[in-house]
Write a protein that binds this ligand. Structure first.
Ligand SMILES: Nc1ncnc2c1ncn2[C@@H]1O[C@H](COP(=O)(O)OP(=O)(O)OP(=O)(O)O)[C@@H](O)[C@H]1O
Length: 338
């Protein structure tokens, strides 16, 4: 397997609400390898974006603790000038909504040029324009010379997302974070954009963190998957293991809530309840316990930690050993458990 290029250690990102700080990312430890796509999945509010923004150094009011080690820097403790140099050059982000991420008053060619002006000062104007055309070609924009002079509102959603991707890859970043990159797009366009991201992974040899709530996207794209619940990683494994042998009750519930036409599934499992709001998150014990009340309290660890159940497969809390869905008998519940 390829080399580790990002190491997140015990990351805690807290937001101030009234007089207290509450952790939206709570003791997250993760690594990302070169030329790897790490999918991060979880319901809305589980802390995926707060994690991504922490890595990009985009939170200016949050309290960040722990370490984010990347290219001999610790992004959790870095000066703003060093951070600015890293951002847009060695690391870049693709945002969810391509329309709000672009400047409506500037032609797209100039918006892509801007990042080159900032980070490749030695380039002449002519070289820059050639590079932008080259980037537009690379992200599959037809008639790039023409599109260079167009405004964002003249382009479709899919084309705009390609422009965002062109900006993100302009300086060949080593680390790319894509936060729900296709959520705002039609299904057919989604597939094209995901294909593009996959191709670019090899092309620029980047490590990619792909944040999504769509398990289909993860299955299609990711090499490894981290499942996040209430600010914590509850399970992490390579993509095949995660889908073939999911262990944490939350992972199993997520997978069971996806329609599966192949196995003639008749009923979907609904995960009762919602991710609690930040100030109401349980901070002690198993954070998922309240959503599986039919599982005995004694099944949960007092202070759940990650257990390596097989090489590279980590699960939080021992409750997975005792978990079953309400409509399953305990004997049936070992499905998928090694
Ligand atoms: N700037 C902020 N100030 C206060 N609370 C915040 C802030 N940003 C996020 N939160 C809270 O932190 C928690 C995690 O939010 P986050 O956006 O990271 O979740 P998410 O998993 O990315 O959800 P989604 O898929 O909806 O984007 C939520 O409870 C959210 O309300």
């Amino acid at each position: 397997m390829s080399k580790e290029m990002l190491e997140i250690k015990n990351l805690k990102t807290s937001f101030r609400i009234k007089d207290n700080y509450y952790a939206a990312v709570d003791d997250v430890t993760l690594t990302l390898n070169k030329n790897e796509i790490l999918g991060i999945v979880g319901e809305s509010g589980s802390g995926k974006s707060a994690l991504a923004f922490s890595v990009m150094g985009l939170h200016n009011r949050a309290k960040i603790e722990g370490n984010i080690l990347f290219k001999e820097h610790d992004i959790a403790n870095i000066s703003p000038s060093k951070l600015n140099k890293l951002r847009g050059e060695a690391m870049a982000m693709i945002f969810q909504d391509p329309l709000t991420a672009l400047n409506p008053l500037m032609i797209v060619g100039e918006q892509i040029s801007e990042t080159l002006i900032l980070h490749k000062k030695e380039m002449s104007q002519k070289q820059r324009k050639e590079k932008v055309i080259d980037l537009l070609n690379k992200v599959g924009i037809p008639m790039p010379e023409h599109v260079y002079g167009q405004y964002p509102h003249e382009l479709s959603g899919g084309m705009r997302q390609r422009i965002i991707i062109a900006i993100a890859i302009a300086n060949k970043p080593e680390l790319l974070i894509a936060d729900e990159p296709t959520t705002a797009l039609d299904v057919t366009i989604q597939a094209q954009i995901l294909d593009l991201i996959k191709t670019l992974k090899d092309d620029i040899d980047a490590g990619i963190i792909l944040i999504t709530h769509d398990l289909g996207v993860v299955a299609e794209m990711a090499d490894r998957v981290a499942v996040m619940y209430a600010g914590q990683i509850v399970e992490i494994a390579d993509v095949h293991t995660l889908f073939d042998n999911p262990l944490h009750p939350y992972t199993r519930s997520l997978l069971n809530s996806v329609p599966n036409t192949q196995e003639g599934q008749e009923e979907l499992h609904v995960i009762q309840g919602i991710v609690p709001s930040l100030s109401k998150l349980p901070r002690e014990g198993c954070r998922f316990a309240a959503r599986i009340p039919w599982i005995d309290d004694s099944a949960h660890e007092e202070n759940p930690v990650m257990h390596e159940v097989a090489p590279g497969h980590f699960v939080r809390c021992t409750c997975h050993n005792h978990f079953h869905f309400p409509d399953e008998s305990k004997e049936d519940s070992t499905h998928g458990i090694s």
